[in-house]
Design a protein around this ligand. Structure first.
Ligand code: FAD
Length: 350
């Protein structure tokens, strides 16, 4: 099956390999690695490196070849110095201009184009985050290449694996573009080690182009709890909680007892029980914590798309036939209004 220019979906059954002639595979792989050159686009906020974005460096390490990282924003020196310590990066390109602070894709994409021209990279990699999702398609359009979205594995320098149809099918895609624009799924590429590196820092090119989009303000949900996308434990509530008051009364003490982040199903979010930023699933956050404990969630495929890669899934539901039990490692059939407070009490006593 062939899709639009540059990208083809590879059939899973491959033709048999022909007998090899020429240099040994070890020699040819290492010479290929020397030709590969990745640019990892790192994220920063308020002058601090976002360590979640270091998954892009891990993906670049899997590809092999040289690794450069790109950062931009006001007072970028501190961010660049922090990034220079990340293991595996050879060079940091830093653009010091507050106009790039909020990562507006309309001005960030042309900025990257200028810096990519200079560097001759084969792969540009960013996280499949709100930033990466708005930036990378624009960048791909400006470079007239295909964007390869939300990959979970790298087969070789041109072949990538990505879930499609809310994770119900896995596509292996092959790109023939000479520059690959890739976003990576954070749960599949853990952050590279933040220490051990000693990259050089270089000033990037800043076209200082006029931008028609202006950043006005933001309204962020503030929480002292762990960040949902990267937390080791997540407790999640669904429509079964019945109201915001009950969601808070039942789920928040459990999250506190476990030191967990709080998540929610879309039905819970749409009903106003939980903030939109807490939604887990196809149209929410994709998480893969050590423990995902959910209550009053049926287990619709769109919800599973956001949590099924969790290491241990525990579910509480009063319906023994709820689909969530098909993916749960531990299941408890019962009324969440009894079971969750009981569990919280036991955890607090430990
Ligand atoms: P329900 O399906 O209504 O399930 C509630 C569950 O609570 C039931 O299983 C019930 O048995 C149980 N329950 C009720 N009372 C109790 C009790 N007292 N004790 C124990 N159990 C109880 N959904 C997402 O979650 N995330 C997404 O990102 C997402 N994206 C979507 C994208 C699209 C394009 C579409 C079409 C849908 C999407 N959905 C998403 C919605 C999804 O299809 C489901 O509607 C939603 O996940 C259902 O949420 P729920 O499990 O909380 O509610």
């Amino acid at each position: 099956m062939i899709s639009r220019a540059g990208l083809s979906v590879v059939r899973q059954a491959r033709t048999q390999l022909r007998p090899r002639t020429g240099p040994s595979p070890v020699a040819s792989l290492s010479s290929l690695a020397r030709l590969l050159s990745s640019l990892a686009v790192l994220e920063q906020r308020d002058g601090k490196l976002n360590h979640g974005s270091l998954g892009a460096v891990t993906a670049a390490q899997k590809l092999g070849g040289s690794i450069t990282a790109f950062v931009a924003g006001g007072n970028i020196k501190a961010v660049a110095e922090e990034a220079a310590k990340v293991n595996g990066i050879e060079k940091i390109i830093a653009v010091d201009n507050a106009a790039y602070d909020k990562g507006l894709p309309e001005n960030y994409a042309p900025l990257l184009v200028e810096n990519i021209r200079k560097g001759g990279y084969t792969h540009i990699i960013a996280g499949h985050t709100a930033f990466g999702k708005s930036l990378m398609p624009r960048l791909a359009a400006l470079l007239d290449v295909q964007q390869i979205s939300d990959i979970t594995a790298i087969e070789d320098e041109k072949t990538f694996v990505r879930p499609i149809y809310a994770g119900n099918a896995i596509a292996t895609v092959e790109s023939s573009d000479n520059i690959k624009i890739i976003t990576i799924r954070g749960t599949a590429f853990p952050a590279a080690e933040a220490e051990g590196g000693s990259a050089s820092i270089e000033d990037g090119v800043d076209p200082k182009a006029e931008c028609n989009t202006e950043w006005v303000s933001e309204n962020l949900a503030k929480s002292d709890r762990p960040d949902l996308a990267t937390a080791g434990k997540v407790v999640s509530g669904g429509r079964g909680l019945k109201s915001k008051e009950e969601f808070d009364r039942i789920m928040l003490p459990l999250a506190d007892a476990l030191g967990a982040a709080v998540g929610a199903s879309r039905a819970a979010v749409d009903s106003g029980y939980a903030d939109n930023s807490l939604q887990v699933g196809q149209t929410g956050k994709v998480v893969a914590p050590q423990l995902y404990l959910c209550a009053g969630i049926s287990g619709a495929i769109q919800h599973l798309a956001g949590m099924k890669d969790s290491k241990v899934i525990a579910a509480i539901n009063k319906d023994a036939d709820a689909p969530i039990f098909q993916v749960a490692d531990v299941g408890l059939v019962g009324d969440l209004f009894d079971k969750v407070p009981e569990l919280t009490e036991k955890l607090n006593k430990q």
